[in-house]
Design a protein around this ligand. Structure first.
Ligand SMILES: [Zn+2]
Length: 220
């Protein structure tokens, strides 16, 4: 694992390499950012937003926190969403959770870890509300994956009910919210088919996504 001095040296090499391939790259980026997507993902070191979907700097506006949560009283995340939707006018908000998530595991086990327990409390409550579905999945690994998926679906719902997004949709803004889950074991992103937009029946889409996630976990 590189230390900070090595990271700075790596940075010099990376910037030089980018300029060799595209001499105008940094000049263009310095003028402005105009990303079409806001990414809300986990802080986990194994889930770097731009890298796993292979897009260069400038393409995705990123917010990350423990277990990729959107909580209505979190001024940080709410400000990111407001800036992205109202100022950058992004077209897509991508909620990307992941399997093998320490935050999901901590919430699932409901053990004491300190201050972070407060942050994870919404997930503890979420899993409790889906207790029969989760208990029906006997395989521990698959049940934990389902918990990651339920977490993403809930965050998609939470984004859709923010004042920022509701106002954007009432203005007719072209904005869609997507729920994805990334598997750190194979590098693949799965679409949870919970895409919400200005014209979708959001409650129906969310309920169907929850049902399908539960059914899929039972079958596997
Ligand atoms: Zn995580």
């Amino acid at each position: 694992m590189p230390d900070p001095a090595e990271m700075l040296a790596n940075n010099r090499l990376w910037a030089r390499d980018v300029v060799e391939r595209d001499p105008d790259f940094f000049h263009r980026l310095a003028e402005q950012q105009a990303p079409d997507c806001l990414w809300i993902g986990c802080s986990d070191s194994r889930v770097p937003a731009t890298q796993i979907v292979d897009v260069p700097p400038g393409e995705i506006f990123v917010h990350r926190n423990v277990a990729n949560q959107v909580i209505h009283s979190d001024l940080n995340c709410q400000s990111v969403i407001q800036f992205a939707v109202d100022v950058l006018v992004v077209k897509h908000i991508l909620i990307c959770g992941h399997y093998h998530c320490s935050g999901i595991a901590a919430a699932a086990e409901n053990e004491r870890h300190g201050l972070v327990d407060h942050w994870l409390r919404n997930l503890v409550d979420l899993f409790e509300s889906h207790r029969p579905m989760l208990d029906a999945v006997k395989d521990d690994k698959r049940r934990r994956q389902l918990q990651s998926e339920l977490g993403v679906i809930q965050q998609v719902s939470n984004v859709s009910t923010t004042t920022t997004v509701r106002d954007a949709w009432s203005r007719g803004q072209d904005l869609h919210i997507h729920g994805w889950v990334y598997d750190v074991a194979d590098g693949l992103v799965k679409d949870l088919k919970v895409t919400l937009g200005p014209d979708s029946d959001n409650a129906a889409v969310i309920n169907q996504a929850i049902r399908k996630a539960g059914e899929a976990a039972l079958k596997e």
